[in-house]
Design a protein around this ligand. Structure first.
Ligand code: PXP
Length: 237
């Protein structure tokens, strides 16, 4: 089974545009779960342009499925994570002002840094995941530094899918084989949508979780929140 974790960053972005509480982020999280989502993901960035630091404890208090916090492991981010103890923390090597994440870790060059941070998170019982590109060596590096899972960065899959879905998914199928062989769990995310999700899941064995935000929120404008959750769950069946 592949769990659907909804990334709520873009819901927060709309709310922040007016400085009030519309849409109500907490209610959206509650409703996503009520409608069948199996996780809630947030990606606080240093400028708090979407999820704010104050959102984190509020969401932690209400999420009943799986709470995943992702982000760049700055000291501030790690403190926030340690304080709020999500079920999972996904470490992402994005710059503070980056528009969106666009690459995974070099798990070899960052071996000692990642080993230390992952140990700190695991000590308090937080499952750890490392955002990586679909390269066998990076997957092996993730295992070596102690991560429980990888999150495969699927931006390139999504952009190449339009031209040739078979060649687009090939590196991911291969990286998943490495992950399964060495015993590290597999998550995936970025630019997954109702067109490309099913094919990805069918070609990546033991895909445990996908986190989806941008396309999910865009689809919800047309289909509504309840229907959109059902549409994504249907793709993952
Ligand atoms: N995974 C990571 C590490 C991300 O940074 C993001 C975007 O915040 C996602 C998944 C979700 O990507 P999208 O919004 O394109 O579905």
């Amino acid at each position: 089974m592949t769990r659907l974790s909804i990334n709520l960053n873009k819901v927060a972005l709309i709310r922040n545009a007016r400085g009030g509480n519309l849409p109500n982020l907490e209610q959206v999280a509650i409703d996503c779960e009520k409608f069948g989502a199996q996780g809630i993901t947030v990606h606080p960035r240093p400028d708090e342009r979407h999820i704010t630091f104050a959102d984190i404890p509020k969401l932690k208090a209400l999420v009943t499925t799986e709470f995943n916090i992702e982000g760049n492991p700055t000291p501030h981010f790690i403190n926030l994570v340690l304080k709020n103890k999500p079920h999972q923390c996904t470490l992402v090597p994005d710059d503070p002002n980056q528009l969106t994440s666009d690459h995974g870790w070099n798990t070899i060059e960052n071996e000692s840094f990642l080993t230390e941070i992952i140990a700190e998170l695991k000590e308090v019982g937080i499952r750890t995941s490392l955002f990586v590109d679909p390269e066998g060596k990076m997957v092996e590096g993730a295992k070596k530094v102690g991560a429980d899972r990888i999150e495969l960065y699927t931006g390139n899959y999504a952009s190449n899918y339009i031209n040739n879905k078979y060649s687009a998914v090939k590196p991911f199928t291969e990286a998943a084989k490495v992950a399964n062989d060495i015993g590290i769990g597999i998550n995936a995310g970025h630019d997954l949508n109702l067109d490309n999700l099913e094919f990805f899941q069918k070609n990546v064995s033991n895909l445990l979780e996908v986190s989806i935000g941008q396309a999910f929120v865009s689809d919800a404008l047309y289909f509504g929140l309840y229907n959109t959750v059902q549409l994504y769950l249907r793709e993952l069946k």
